[in-house]
Design a protein around this ligand. Structure first.
Ligand SMILES: [Zn+2]
Length: 868
């Protein structure tokens, strides 16, 4: 009996082993599909290749599934992988629900949270390739997936049991663009030359400065994944620019620490960072460094966004030479302070030099990712419970202390900007409500329909982080702040600069009024999923003309649509009376004879515009607008500002084309353009000189040259309009003979520092450049200009100022030193130039696509240029 009973068991065992063998055989190694090893010298897998390999993995393994999250800016599908044990893979929805419940914390008891933490899995999000020129992380994704899917060792099997990995290629377009640029150059003198265009259609490197507002479609997809679907406990965002000669930068982070995070979060970052460091030293991988350079102040990054959502962010910066090209270093190549290889607490195993290849970088990324996964496995329950605990503490905190809520009135100068801001906050996991009744808060009355963001929600610190004013800490108060033995940073004497923006307050940038409640609110309210601006429509009797407000950005979209359709549009030069109402200068006037009422009605509905129909056209002098032929200068030294300019113009439906150095050198610019926009560029010299000869393939060397500069001048002299944005205004000031100067040019750090703050700007709404602007508004300041108008012998050549830095309370958010230097100086100049114009927008009115409150200056400049 016994023998008979055992035989089928043995048979089953053999069959099972055979199946495992077949399955293991079926999972191809990456090199079998790609044709090269992951990380091999001179080889980069494209996104297309990576996904086709992932598809093979998913066909042959029950540990991995692929999902689509949406499109990229260039129209590719963004596919991501979920990897876990076969058992977990069959119950993903259950684990998603647990992750969501713990993350929201609200109404959950500690006992229930303990139970859910026991039951749940640690969802860990890892991405590679956000910054596409940092090649190793995206390549590492491929190897990591293979290693996890085929692992048989007990540690990895336990990881797969405890953890659900969400593995993401964060910038598919960039991954392809980079590989396509690099491969043809391998073996040529241009093998390590920089790519002459952005590695994201619009944002380039700024794709990691978009996370707190999600303007880019990729950011929207990733945000939905993290904040609407998976609610990870850890988000690991790979980068590749380690401080030389370190081989990888890992947490703990540098200072200053953004205060809008739960302390537990910082503790976990430090713990995970230390575990990663231990993994490196256990594997004999030298050169892991912490606690210098990378701080957590600015929340535009994906990591800082999730920190204030109680998701433990981990960022690393692995060492990078260039692309997949290897490089040899000796200790003599190191900065002097690193040459003695001193051991220190945050750099205990200094790197001693040698070869550094893509393979090494990929291996470092793998060690780091696996260390994170192992921590998530070991501390699964604690991590899940602490996610709940952080949320619960925050909810309790704001029951007892202000701000109790943020209040956003429905009535706004630009209601579309307000609804856009609120919808993005909803996407970012914030609960937004609408009051059902009128109410009073801190003595201010608000009507029913006012938007409210209560702070009694688990993600409240995020809203505080982006809505409040920032007060960048004066680091000179902590002169001995120790940041690492080998590169200690002493903050003393002259003021310092920040790693990124010091202030960002989003409602200021959007020109949206908000109030923070200093007393608890008690008003019935309903949750909002999709915030709509107040309905648009046409009021008044049909007649000779329509009036459209200039205050909203959507008014500009309307102008573009009308002109596109062949209609006529003008701006009132002065304020005027019509039907007993006063309309301000800049009012958009559309003759009714030229457009069908149905079309105007659609504009009102589609763009939520309040349009007035009037029986008689007003008797007021106007600027007649025409459809401008717009050119945007795109240097071969790629500029994020240029990309964002295109992004904004597309959003508001301006048709434009792009000009390169050769187009400007060729001249005859007036044949094709009415307006040429010169976006911000690192330095004026780069525009003129471009890439030096021999450093790039010949098509991309040299800038516009002095000849091109002459062509630009001729273009303006003969009636064209040049628009310079931010620091590139210096090019015009230095070479065009304009009677103005930038008083900040050459100013020392001891006299003035303001590296990324929000400043109060005063506008002259009677100047066409500032039509539709309020008298006072917030403006981004970063390497910006403050103009002094110089005496000029001909009045008609004298520049006119349309905006100036506020006389009082200049700083709205961030930090400034030496503000007296710029108070009441001009920031926007309208310069007559021959029969044309030069417009100097001395601050970044469209910075990173964020300040919706000042886009209008660029839009006005474009139309003003072509207005008659
Ligand atoms: Zn990076």
């Amino acid at each position: 009996m016994l023998r008979i009973a055992r035989q089928p068991l043995i048979f089953l065992f053999i069959l099972f082993t055979f199946c495992i063998f077949i399955l293991a055989q079926a999972v191809s190694k990456p090199e079998e599909i790609l044709g090269f090893r992951v990380g091999e010298d001179y080889h980069l897998a494209t996104y297309t290749q990576a996904i086709s390999y992932f598809k093979k993995l998913a066909e042959n393994s029950d540990r991995i599934k692929l999902f689509d999250m949406g499109k990229t800016s260039m129209g590719q599908t963004m596919t991501y992988a979920v990897i876990s044990s076969a058992g977990n893979m069959a119950q993903l929805d259950k684990f998603k629900a647990i992750a969501r419940r713990l993350s929201q914390a609200n109404g959950l008891s500690a006992e229930e949270a303990v139970k859910l933490s026991e039951e749940g899995k640690a969802v860990v999000y890892i991405d590679g390739g956000l910054h596409a020129s940092e090649c190793a992380p995206a390549q590492h994704n491929i190897q990591l997936a293979y290693d996890l899917v085929t692992a048989k060792d007990p540690i990895t099997l336990k990881v797969l049991e405890d953890v659900i990995l969400v593995l993401v290629f964060a910038n598919p377009d960039g991954m392809n663009l980079l590989a396509e640029w690099y491969h043809p150059n391998v073996g040529t003198p241009y093998e390590v030359s920089p790519m002459p265009w952005l590695y994201h259609k619009y944002a380039g490197h700024d794709n990691n400065r978009d996370s707190y507002i999600a303007n880019l479609i990729e950011t929207q997809n990733l945000t939905r994944l993290v904040h609407q679907e998976w609610y990870p406990v850890i988000l690991y965002n790979h980068h590749q620019t380690a401080p030389f000669p370190a081989r990888i930068w890992i947490p703990p982070n540098s200072e200053p620490t953004n205060p809008n995070v739960h302390p537990l979060l910082v503790r976990w970052q430090n713990l995970i960072g230390s575990a990663m460091g231990a993994a490196f030293d256990a594997e004999g991988k030298e050169g892991a460094i912490s606690r210098i350079i990378f701080d957590t102040w600015y929340p535009g990054y994906v990591t800082q966004v999730v920190d204030s959502h109680n998701i433990i962010s981990i960022m690393t910066e692995t060492a990078l030479y260039r692309y997949a090209t290897p490089h040899f270093y000796t200790v003599r190549d190191f900065p002097k302070e690193y040459q003695d290889l001193t051991m220190s607490a945050f750099y205990p195993s200094p790197w001693k030099g040698g070869w550094w290849r893509l393979q090494d970088a990929v291996d470092y990324c793998l060690t780091a990712s696996k260390a994170v996964l192992e921590v998530a496995s070991k501390y699964r329950q604690e991590l899940l419970y602490h996610k709940f605990k952080m949320g619960q503490d925050i909810i309790e905190r704001f029951k007892k202390e202000p701000p109790y809520a943020w209040i956003i009135p429905e009535k706004q100068a630009d209601p579309q900007a307000a609804s856009l801001l609120l919808n993005r906050m909803i996407l970012l996991g914030i609960d937004v409500y609408k009051s059902r009744q009128p109410f009073t808060c801190d003595g201010v009355s608000f009507p029913a329909g006012t938007y409210i963001i209560p702070m009694t929600q688990a993600n409240a610190l995020f809203i505080k982080n982006v809505f409040e004013e920032q007060h960048y800490p004066d680091m000179r108060k902590y002169p001995d702040l120790w940041q690492g033995l080998v590169e200690s940073q002493k903050f003393e004497g002259s003021p310092f600069e920040a790693y990124d923006m010091m202030g960002w307050t989003l409602p200021y940038q959007f020109g949206v009024k908000t109030y923070s409640a200093n007393t608890p609110l008690d008003v019935p309210m309903s949750p909002e999923q999709d915030v709509r601006p107040p309905k648009g429509g046409i009021s008044g009797e049909a007649g000779e003309a329509y009036f459209i407000e200039h205050e909203t950005n959507a008014g500009i979209t309307a102008v573009n649509r009308i002109l596109q359709k062949g209609g006529k549009v003008s701006w009132a030069k002065k304020s005027f009376l019509s039907g007993g109402q006063t309309y301000p200068e800049g009012t958009i006037i559309v003759p009714a004879s030229n457009v069908e009422r149905g079309f105007v009605q659609n504009l009102a509905k589609d763009l939520s515009l309040k349009i007035t129909a009037v029986r008689e056209a007003p008797k007021v002098e106007t600027y007649a607008l025409k459809k401008p032929r717009i050119g945007i200068y795109q240097s071969w030294i790629s500029s994020e500002d240029e990309g964002w300019t295109r992004f904004i113009l597309e959003q508001f439906e301006f048709p434009f084309s792009v000009l390169h150095d050769a187009d400007i050198r060729a001249g005859a610019l007036a044949d094709s353009y009415d307006v040429i926009i010169m976006p911000d560029q690192n330095s004026p010299e780069l525009v003129i000189d471009g890439h030096p000869k021999g450093t790039m393939p010949p098509a991309y060397v040299g800038g516009i040259t002095t000849n091109g500069l002459r062509n630009l001048k001729l273009f303006a002299e003969n009636g064209g309009c040049l628009i310079f944005i931010n620091s590139i205004c210096n090019l015009a000031l230095e070479t065009f003979g304009i009677p103005a100067r930038n008083i900040l040019k050459g100013v020392k750090r001891e006299e003035f520092v303001c590296t990324g703050s929000i400043l109060r700007m005063e506008f002259d709404p009677s100047h066409p450049l500032a039509y539709g602007m309020p008298k006072e508004a917030a403006a981004v300041f970063l390497e910006s200009c403050a103009f002094d108008i110089l005496p000029s012998f001909e009045a008609k050549k004298e520049p006119k100022s349309a905006a100036r830095y506020a006389a009082e309370n200049l700083l709205m958010s961030g930090w400034i030193y030496g503000e007296r230097l710029i108070q009441q100086k001009s920031s926007v100049l309208d310069v007559p130039y021959g029969s044309g114009k030069v417009i100097l927008l001395g601050f970044p009115v469209q910075f990173r696509g964020q300040p919706y409150g000042t886009f209008k200056l660029l839009f006005n400049a474009i139309y003003y240029a072509a207005a008659k």
